[in-house]
Ligand binder design. Structure first.
Ligand code: WTA
Length: 642
């Protein structure tokens, strides 16, 4: 079975695209007819980018979980909604049918309500990749609470900052999480994050690893005990809260060019529509297909293409707790074989890392169920693209290279599997409803083909970022003020002779390390917290597996080579420890070079351009360094390059 809004041939793509740009309101309101509403909208679209104000389906009432669960019960009640594969292949997997998932979400909605969670409250979710994470997210949406999922790799300090920014009163977490050989004590990290916190009222903890935890009286509750109370009462339904189309659905923090992560806010109706529409069209999902997105639900990809998009489409979505390389580098291929996966959606960094193990781990697994492959999160290099195509897709699966961002909620530029053409390392064409343009530094549109520029979007699509939580001005400055009346993506792109887009990478101070966004300023702030660090500058450099690595230039008090605090190697480890504490292990620099000074202009601005070139291995063409306060420092930095 296909979907009424599924694009089935290239002519239709062009037709739908044209219609969507000429009259977005008409286009999206026709699609919206295929969703479940408690009340219909009176105004399809109302917007201006200058405030910014973006409103879709104003006047409508809905609950996204009725679209993700209730509406499928009659037809697909016994169909698997969620397949869960544990970290340890010897542990049994779990399958939750639509009915089962519905019941579990309803039960946990009662738990939330019993503990005081109301519409609009912020609930921070810090969990491993277990079904309870999906259940917690959906239960928040069902009671109308705003979830803020924090990736399990972030430190206590990062959680504390996010809790405070969102003024979250509730937390849902696990005792611990398994990831490969590691056992991460999540509850203990939460306990650290809560030192001095006076806002959080309740912490609900589910059992996964049975790591010792300290449960604080009056604040901490076991998930299982709370569910038992609901079960005793025989409650398996929960009336979904009536939400306005524009009520916030969730907050997801992401890095920008300033030191502080931003709470990106998405709203109910537009996000639902766009994630469902793009899921069905980009991957060409057919009823019965098994969709395996390898992202973590702590990132936007997991929100949109493990949970909301697939579930709203009545799809079967596979959620994997572990890592691609444990117990061996054949784990993905093993899962594909075991569940006869049809769609695999992963990150270029995972492909590159698995390529490094050769073809051994691929052999012996039957991958013939695969129909569509996808990539997301960073530009894919041609070598990785061809390896994916040849050895995983066996040259019979279209590869969709999907470009989008936390702020865009869903995929904006991508080929549609088997419908529109693909081109290695090109995201290709925009989705219907998406109007990309390229501009030069002055914001002047760069027209025609075979050109490059900064990538902007001209008009709103349904899941455009609505605000940054608690600070609307910041949303405006970050995304809508660089170029008037345009949404600025922060990415550079080129458009080839066919009008296909290739994303060339960030043009701001944001790094993309293994598909994770990390702001250089954030890492610098963390390094600078180390007692002996005077100053630091962080830039990215090309990394074979991670895409970009983190290169830190650090001025260390006293001698940097050997001093009373140990050797340079020991000091590097101290700095790693500091960054892990402040942000999380994902932000640890790959290289730390000690320097006696940083290249600065006379006005004191660090010339990152020069540092970037040095980190990339360029020694000759560093550009004009005559405006530097101390040009001599450049020579020293060049000579000390790691
Ligand atoms: C980058 C992830 C090239 C880009 C969904 C963007 C990509 C940032 C691609 C957003 C792609 C994402 N090709 N680059 N297919 N997809 N990016 O918010 O720089 O974690 O701005 O969202 O990742 O990262 P985020």
């Amino acid at each position: 079975m296909s979907y009424p809004y599924q694009i089935t041939n290239i002519e239709q793509y062009h037709r739908d695209y044209k219609r969507s740009i000429e009259d977005p309101a008409e286009f999206w309101s026709t699609i919206a007819e295929h969703f479940t509403w408690k009340k219909k909208w009176h105004t399809t679209l109302n917007w201006n980018f200058s405030e910014p104000k973006i409103e879709w389906f104003k006047g409508a009432k809905l609950n996204i979980t009725e679209n993700c669960l209730d509406r499928h019960l009659e037809k697909f009640g016994d169909t698997p909604a969620l397949i869960w594969e544990p970290n340890d292949p010897d542990e049994h997997h779990r399958i939750l049918t639509y009915r089962k998932l519905y019941e579990k979400v309803c039960q946990f909605s009662h738990v939330l309500k019993n503990n005081g969670v109301k519409k609009g409250d912020r609930v921070c979710i810090y969990m491993g990749m277990i079904p309870e994470l999906a259940i917690a997210v959906l239960a928040c949406a069902r009671v109308g609470a705003i979830h803020s999922v924090v990736f399990g790799g972030f430190s206590a300090q990062s959680i504390a900052d996010r809790l405070y920014d969102a003024q979250a009163e509730y937390i849902v977490t696990c005792d611990g999480a398994y990831r490969g050989q590691k056992d991460i004590p999540l509850k203990s990290v939460i306990d650290d994050a809560l030192i001095g916190n006076r806002i959080v009222k309740k912490v609900i903890v589910t059992t996964r690893t049975r790591t010792p935890v300290s449960m604080i009286k009056g604040r901490d509750l076991w998930w299982e005990d709370e569910i038992k109370k609901v079960e005793t009462l025989g409650l398996t339904d929960f009336p979904a809260e009536e939400m306005d189309a524009e009520d916030p659905l969730f907050i997801l923090y992401t890095s920008g060019s300033t030191g502080k992560p931003k709470g990106v806010v998405h709203s109910c109706a537009g996000y639902m529509l766009f994630t469902t529409y793009t899921f069905v069209n980009v991957f060409q999902y057919q009823q019965g297909d098994i969709h395996f997105c390898t992202a973590d639900i702590g990132w936007i990809t997991g929100h949109s293409y493990i949970l909301y998009g697939p579930l709203s489409a009545g799809a079967t979505t596979l959620m994997f707790e572990g890592v691609p390389t444990w117990p061996d580098a054949g784990r993905f291929w093993n899962i594909i074989d075991k569940f006869k996966v049809n769609i695999l959606y992963t990150a270029p960094t995972a492909i590159r890392s698995l390529m490094g193990f050769g073809l051994g781990p691929v052999h012996g697994h039957d991958l013939s169920s695969l129909k569509v492959l996808g990539t997301v999160g960073e530009p894919i290099n041609e070598e990785a693209w061809h390896w994916y195509d040849e050895h995983i897709g066996k040259k019979k699966c279209p590869i969709v290279d999907t470009w989008w961002q936390t702020e865009t909620g869903g995929i904006l530029i991508s080929n549609l599997a088997g419908i529109t053409p693909s081109k290695p390392s090109f995201a290709t064409l925009p989705l219907p409803g998406v109007h990309p343009i390229l501009v030069d530094e002055n914001g002047k549109e760069v027209e025609g083909n075979n050109v490059s520029g900064n990538l902007c979007i001209k008009s709103p699509w349904p899941s455009t970022i609505r605000t940054t939580y608690g600070d609307h001005e910041r949303c405006k400055t970050n995304y809508f003020a660089t170029y008037p009346n345009l949404y600025f993506t922060g990415d550079g792109a080129l458009r080839d002779e066919n009008g296909f887009y290739r994303i060339t990478g960030r043009v701001d101070d944001v790094l993309n390390v293994s598909g994770h966004r990390i702001g250089t300023a954030e890492v610098e702030n963390a390094i600078n917290m180390h007692a002996n660090v005077v100053e630091s500058a962080v830039v990215g450099y090309p990394h074979d597996i991670k895409g970009q690595g983190i290169y830190a230039f650090v001025i260390y008090q006293g001698s940097h080579a050997q001093n009373t605090h140990g050797t340079a190697e020991m000091i590097r480890k101290d700095i790693h420890q500091t960054v892990s504490r402040i942000i999380g292990a994902i932000a640890k620099p790959d290289k730390i070079q000690f320097v006696s000074g940083l290249p600065k202009t006379r006005s004191g601005k660090i010339m990152r351009r020069i540092l970037r070139k040095i980190a990339e291995g360029e020694t000759e063409n560093l550009g004009d360094i005559s405006t530097l306060l101390d040009p001599g420092v450049v020579e020293e930095i060049k000579n000390g390059k790691l």
